[in-house]
Design a protein around this ligand. Structure first.
Ligand SMILES: Nc1ncnc2c1ncn2[C@@H]1O[C@H](COP(=O)(O)OP(=O)(O)O)[C@@H](O)[C@H]1O
Ligand SMILES: [Mg+2]
Length: 383
């Protein structure tokens, strides 16, 4: 399986009044292409900071201090490796949305309350206007020769790219002056609406033709989150990152949406990174799992392996804290708290809570090492 993202020694800190929060402590991780990768860990372990660092949307006062994030982009069938941390902000903006999309817990923050659903989904299609979409529009219209076709295609794409950034952009204004362009503009918008209805329908939103005409406040939380997913999928990203995206929804809706994501994965996206604190969700939807604790990755393995053969004491504790119907009495919880990351424990950050602590755990940070079939663990007590 080929790599999609390779993270090496990633360090992100927050400069707060209480001191420096060491949120990511040299994270190294490879996420393969084509998989659903689950990232788990208690609240405050650094899951959101990790994915925000990949996207380079860490909130102030956070700073990405070092490391590498290599992204393997498939371009015209070729594998192109891009170092995301060294891109300019403008180049990174091109990657966000078109190559890597992210959805969050709160759909209201992602939707504009005064624009129709149809407008917002179409906009995503138009901004990331594909070769195929231009071709379709051109096919419907009479066009004189093939080579002019190419020029028009490039022009249409360019006009929308520029136009989406700046409402007063010249190319889009030209569209309304020259009859043939006006006609194309109309067709493009119709094509975008058609695709919007199609994708909303795929997300099992009832009556998509009416939904495109409605506004966010007309829809329920679950439906709104589906629309947010539709917008994210419209640009055909290589990677979709869902940060606790379904945690706010009730269990049934959550299950439906996760099932849908997996279904749509093949058609619209190649890989998913799913962040959750719910191990049940991981078991059902992910193929590979990474476990985070206090800014470190402590274990990475295939999903079956991690449930059958967890090796890191933290992973074991996490699995034991999952409610089981068969066990009577109290729910097992992990003793203690995730430490304050301004003054994290020395050595392995889990050592104060760990039943297997040895002297060297207090001194040194264990590396994430291969300890079995595609199974990585960072623990001195595991060989
Ligand atoms: N804006 C911020 N300012 C200060 N510290 C932050 C900020 N955002 C996150 N952190 C710190 O980074 C650590 C990881 O947080 P986060 O990635 O949100 O955890 P998770 O997503 O695993 O629940 C926490 O210790 C948190 O306090
Ligand atoms: Mg989070």
């Amino acid at each position: 399986m080929s790599a999609l993202i390779e993270i090496k020694d990633l360090v992100t800190n927050f400069y707060t009044y209480e001191g420096v929060v060491k949120a990511l402590n040299k994270i190294s991780l490879e996420v393969e292409s084509g998989l659903t990768f689950g990232l788990v860990g208690e609240s405050g372990c650094g899951k959101s900071v990790l994915v925000r660092s990949i996207m380079r949307i860490v909130q102030s006062p956070g700073v990405i201090e070092g490391g590498e994030v290599k992204f393997h982009m498939k371009k015209n069938g070729k594998d192109e490796v891009i170092e995301l941390l060294s891109l300019s902000e403008e180049e990174m903006r091109q990657i966000r949305g078109s190559e890597i999309s992210m959805i969050f817990q709160e759909p209201n923050a992602a939707l504009n309350p005064i624009l129709s659903i149809g407008y917002q989904v179409s906009e995503s299609f138009l901004f990331h206007i594909s070769e195929q979409m231009c071709a379709k529009v051109l096919e419907d219209l009479e066009s004189p020769r093939d080579n002019t076709n190419f020029i028009w295609k490039s022009f249409l794409r360019y006009a929308y790219r520029v136009g989406s950034k700046d409402a007063k952009a010249l190319p889009l204004r030209i569209f309304n002056k020259i009859p043939i362009l006006k006609c194309w503009d109309k067709r493009l918008k119709e094509e975008a609406t058609r695709r919007s209805i199609e994708i909303i329908d795929k997300l099992h939103v009832p009556h998509p033709e009416q939904v495109v005409k409605s506004y966010p406040h007309n829809l329920s939380g679950g439906m709104k989150q589906r629309i947010v997913i539709a917008i994210a999928l419209a640009c055909n990203p290589e990677l979709l990152i869902a940060d606790e995206a379904t945690s706010n929804l009730d269990v049934t809706v959550q299950a439906q949406i996760l099932e849908l994501l997996n279904e749509l994965k093949k058609e619209y996206i190649s890989s998913i990174m799913l962040i959750t604190h719910d191990l049940g969700v991981v078991a059902e939807t992910c193929e590979r799992v990474g476990v985070m604790y206090a800014g470190n990755l402590c274990e990475v393995a295939d999903v079956r392996e991690i449930f059958k053969n967890p090796k890191h004491p933290y992973t074991k504790a996490l699995l034991n804290s999952v409610p089981r119907f068969s066990t009577e009495g109290r729910l097992a919880v992990i003793d203690g708290f995730v430490p304050n990351l301004v003054n994290p424990p020395s050595g392995c950050r889990f050592h104060p809570r760990c039943p297997l602590t040895m002297e060297q755990c207090k001194q040194n940070v264990p590396d994430l090492k291969e300890t079995g079939d595609r199974h990585l663990v960072a623990c001195y007590a595991v060989d």
